[in-house]
Design a protein around this ligand. Structure first.
Ligand code: TYD
Ligand code: MG
Length: 456
């Protein structure tokens, strides 16, 4: 039996499950090719260190009424968009992970946040493992950061960083990025799942013990997950993703996990030459530059509690080949095919020998069923070459029988449309019943796509 106690352990990078023997599939979460080797010494030491930290704090259960919440005051980032995604502001003692593609603007946004909070005399430590002080200074000059409360530290050793944090006790720490950090507890190279896990554990301990908010920057792999993936999301309190198309200048900060507020909240920013600028009215921003052509329909989607207006564009043209081409950018290709089949079957508009191209103007990515009706109307409008009144918005889910189904938060969508000067709203008849108190906008309820088609 002594032999079975091998010196290496394997653990799953998806769920963190530990096994003593490698296999192709994780026995716990059934994911394939996710088991990686971890030196058992590191696994043991991580355990030991967490145990030590608790005994050091003389840990015992306490009555819920006696828990001190004063330390969980939040600091405003001075960006309304950022605060909302964080759940009101930066909570002391929280660990926040910000993921995103390289070059999307994570360092820029965080440096601007550091500028804002250091301008209000909060102590900030910006740790960079990727850039030199000079590079950070150049960026800081662009965004106008110069407060003496903002300290820059170029270091990759977590133990050195921990010592500095413990001696200087800043209010907020930025670690840019977690993949460049290494901990002495693990032998593998920086960026490997073991190192990322060990480093995060060490930083989490400091954040909780000293009540310091720590932001971790995480790079996203080709598959779109933060390297050292799911387990990192389990460990932190808040996970945010900064998304956007390289070609478009706007960026969306999306909350995917938040222990202090709602998820699915988004903040919209635009990249300028002097840093990110928040977009307080994304609907107006997204509809900017719109022209009124057949195939163009405005719809309203909900991002968390927030309505955002978007333009859906469809182009339906006669196909020159036997097999018609269909493309969808910004939305699910299969959904487009499905809705085209529903149109053919339920209202007899023959699109089978037509190419169809669908686009979400502005480069947003969406997958909300409430956009179905708008897409159906855009396709029919382009097919018939008839313009839809530009002051109209459309939303509703479409079922396979061609019925238009209710959507959530219809009132918020209608209010947003009214605020932006739309005069007509085409929506599910079932949702219309609940909206009797909204006036000043003409609400047309439809039961199925046939009724919608007749409106075009
Ligand atoms: P960066 O914050 O370095 O991205 P990340 O940390 O996510 O890798 O952003 C890099 C890009 O942003 C780069 O292409 C230059 C651009 N940028 C601006 O357009 N304006 C600015 O003020 C700054 C600082 C960067
Ligand atoms: Mg960066």
């Amino acid at each position: 039996m002594a032999k079975a106690k091998s010196t290496t352990l394997f653990y799953c990078t998806e769920c963190g499950n530990e096994v003593s023997k490698w296999s192709g599939q994780c026995p716990a979460c059934k994911a394939w090719n996710t088991l990686v080797e971890a030196p058992s010494s590191s696994v043991g030491s991580a355990r030991k260190s967490t145990l030590k930290s608790t005994s050091h704090f003389d840990n015992k259960p306490i009555a819920i009424g006696d828990i001190d919440t004063k330390s969980s005051i939040s600091i405003s980032t001075d960006f309304k968009e950022f605060d909302r995604v964080l759940g009101g502001g930066i909570i002391a003692g929280s660990l926040v992970l910000i993921g995103g593609d390289p070059g999307i603007g994570k360092s820029t946004l965080l440096l601007q946040m550091c500028k804002n909070i250091s301008d209000y005399d909060h102590e900030v430590l910006y740790v960079s493992g990727e850039e030199s002080e000079r590079q950070i200074k150049l960026r800081a000059d662009r965004v106008g950061a110069q407060s003496s409360h903002l300290k820059v530290f170029c270091e990759t050793s977590v133990s050195v960083i921990s010592e500095v944090i413990e001696s200087t006790k800043p209010d907020v720490v930025i670690i840019d990025s977690i993949q460049t950090m290494y901990s002495d507890n693990a032998d593998s190279a920086p960026g490997s799942p073991t190192q990322v896990r060990e480093s995060t554990l060490a930083l989490m301990k400091i954040a909780k013990q000293l009540s310091i908010a720590i932001f971790l920057v995480g790079h996203v792999t080709k598959e779109g997950v933060v390297a050292g993936p799911r387990m990192l999301e389990h460990m932190v309190d808040t996970v945010l993703y900064l998304e956007g198309e390289r070609s478009a200048s706007y960026r969306v900060l999306r909350g995917v996990k938040n222990r202090f507020g709602g998820t699915n909240e988004i903040g919209v920013f635009e990249m300028h030459s002097d840093g990110m600028v928040e977009v307080l009215n994304p609907s107006a921003y997204m509809l900017n530059g719109r022209i009124n052509a057949p195939g163009s329909v405005v719809t309203c989607l909900m991002e968390g509690t927030r309505p955002i207006m978007l333009e859906i564009q469809a182009l339906v043209s006669r196909s020159n080949f036997g097999l018609p081409r269909r493309t969808a950018s910004g939305m699910d290709y299969n959904r487009v095919n499905l809705l085209m089949a529903v149109i053919e079957k339920r209202i007899g508009v023959q699109m089978c020998d037509y190419d169809a191209y669908v686009n979400i103007a502005g480069g947003m990515k969406i997958n909300e069923p409430a956009l179905d009706l708008a897409l159906v109307m855009a396709l029919i409008s382009s097919f018939k070459n008839r313009v839809i009144d530009p002051k109209t918005i459309v939303f509703g889910e479409v079922g396979l029988a061609g019925e238009v189904r209710a959507v959530s938060q219809a009132d918020k969508r209608v209010q947003e449309a009214k605020k932006l000067g739309f005069t007509t709203c085409i929506m599910p008849a079932v949702s219309k019943k609940n909206l009797t108190e909204i006036t000043g906008i003409n609400i047309i309820g439809v039961n199925n796509i046939k009724e919608a088609e007749e409106l075009i």
